[in-house]
Design a protein around this ligand. Sequence first.
Ligand SMILES: [Zn+2]
Length: 135
Amino acid sequence: MFTPIALSELLRFAHHSSAVTQACSCVPKSFAGWEGMPVSLKESQLREVGSLIAGEEEDLTLDEHHPAGTSYWSAEAPIAPHFFPYNRCRIWECVLCSRVFLRYSEAGAYHFEQRIRSLDPVLIVDVAFNGIGRA
Ligand SMILES: [Zn+2]
């Protein structure tokens, strides 16, 4: 079953994360925009605390949400949970500092790449996707 967290819960994680100021090895850089998961960041340092995945992979849109002309890689790109790639993300918390990140696997031609982005409350938008054809 798919149990995506509520927007209010996502915002709560984001506000909590953005208030963390201590230096930590989980943020070798800011991850303001999407980045490949650095090898220096160990899986054991992150624990899953939630998911934005609301359905089977094939039912989730590949459309992105960029009303202000941002792109996938933009540090200012909105975090729209119903749009790609956020609709494929799980939410992970650093066990050392409790910063919170979004992560998903980007499917390449021959391999998957783990991508990571910081969860910034300012960028979270609640926009419905109307094209999801789940009758
Ligand atoms: Zn950390």
